[in-house]
Design a protein around this ligand. Structure first.
Ligand SMILES: *Cc1c(COP(=O)(O)O)cnc(C)c1O
Length: 400
């Protein structure tokens, strides 16, 4: 079928999509409507942690869909219990609330913190509701999570914002301390800022933040929607800095491609009462069975070590590429990495890589001077080499 034959104008335009329709995916590869193949370093935006259509997800979907799809969130089901047990067993958290997207999980975290701040008021008996977040952070696209995000321009878009999210500077503990008032209830951050350009919070900063929040009786919330589920080579990125947060949100990789997210908290702050939080699809067995299948792959002996190894290999190859083409180096953790271009040629590279023949390369440029790499966690060294070669060709063509 020709692209022009697809009635794409029936879709609300929300982004500049290229004139391609993807029809199949397997592992690190996608195929479009003409049969052309692409090496995929987006993986559904760091979502397909085991690549496109892995066997374990196919099996979970088929077998669970034959048994039970949705008894309603008002009842327990087996996959929901299994996945919650796996998540609490592998983390410092005791309780799990399942959601359908990262933004919804973050809304849950914000609501839980505000509820806790009402139950634990300041010395004047007033609600505490302010949550300190960070410039350049990204927490989702609902009105509240957009207000919590530190993306430039988002304070004006869809104004007025939801109030109560003062912004500090990442890796600057004094900037956090200066924003603490008697209304503050929590600090919320991404352990590695993803959309902001793959900027890790330092180990020292995370430790200082934990000490500061303890000292002032504040909750520490980590948004691990992008950094969690093995992406950094650790199951959760907070574990890299040896601290224990109070609340964590997960999304993206937790479903391996299907819509699933989670908000985890410690027993001591699990203060929701019936009616406070819910949602029609929350914890449905079809999606949580996939989450359990994904989680079991990630915790197999050696899996996370292999993510670390592949992350180091990708980092080393990107460094070489940077040197060869006179770029500004690379950074990141595990298999969440960025290449600093020096010039704002990110979108030119993305287009040229995609349009290469006979096979294309799918890349992401969250900022004009940066490329971000978020391959499947089981990407092979050969698939890394192939990407580096293709990217090198593109850079040469663009005169770099
Ligand atoms: C993607 C992302 C979100 C939003 O998740 P959605 O599933 O798109 O709602 C929130 N926080 C971080 C850190 C993300 O990377």
């Amino acid at each position: 079928m020709e692209f022009s034959q697809y009635p794409v104008n029936t879709l609300l335009s929300i982004t500049n999509r290229p004139p391609l329709v993807f029809t199949e995916g397997q592992g690190m590869w996608l195929t479009d409507h003409t049969g052309k193949r692409y090496l995929d370093y987006l993986q559904g935006w760091a979502v397909n942690c085991l690549g496109h259509s892995p066997q374990c997800i196919q099996d979970a979907l088929v077998s669970q869909s034959k048994k039970l799809i949705n008894p309603s969130p008002a009842f327990y089901n087996e996959p929901m219990i299994e996945l919650a047990s796996l998540l609490t067993g592998q983390s410092c958290f005791d309780r799990v609330f399942f959601a359908n997207s990262g933004a919804e999980a973050n809304e849950g975290a914000i609501k839980l913190a505000r509820k806790w701040g009402r139950l634990n008021p300041n010395s004047d008996g007033e609600n505490r509701f302010e949550i300190i977040t960070f410039h350049h952070s990204f927490h989702g696209r609902t009105l509240t999570t957009m207000s919590a995000s530190g993306k430039a321009g988002w304070d004006k878009l869809f104004a007025p914002q939801v109030q109560g999210f003062p912004k500090a500077e990442l890796n600057d503990i004094a900037s956090v301390e200066s924003l603490i008032t008697d209304k503050t209830v929590a600090v919320m951050l991404e352990p590695v800022q993803g959309e902001g350009g793959v900027i890790p919070a330092s180990r020292e900063f995370m430790q200082a933040l934990r000490a500061l929040t303890r000292k002032h009786g504040l909750l520490l919330i980590v948004d691990e929607v992008q950094s969690g589920m093995g992406r950094t080579g650790s199951l959760f990125a907070y574990q890299l800095s040896g601290i224990e947060p109070d609340i964590m949100t997960l999304g993206k990789g937790i479903g391996g491609g299907v819509p699933l997210a989670a908000m985890l908290c410690r027993e001591a702050i699990a203060c929701f009462e019936p009616g406070d939080q819910g949602g029609t699809y929350n914890g449905n067995p079809l999606m949580t069975s996939v989450g359990a299948a994904v989680m079991k792959e990630l915790i197999k002996p050696g899996f996370l070590q292999s993510v670390k190894d592949r992350g180091e290999y990708l980092g080393a190859r990107l460094s070489q590429l940077s040197e060869k083409h006179g770029l500004q180096g690379e950074r990141g953790e595990g298999l969440l990495r960025a290449l600093r271009l020096g010039d704002g040629i990110g979108s030119q590279i993305v287009e040229a890589a995609r349009d290469m023949n006979p096979v294309g390369l799918l890349l992401n440029s969250p900022r004009p001077e940066l490329l971000r790499f978020m391959p499947a966690l089981n990407v092979s060294n050969e698939e890394i080499d192939q990407m580096i070669e293709m990217l090198s060709d593109v850079l040469t063509k663009l005169g770099k």
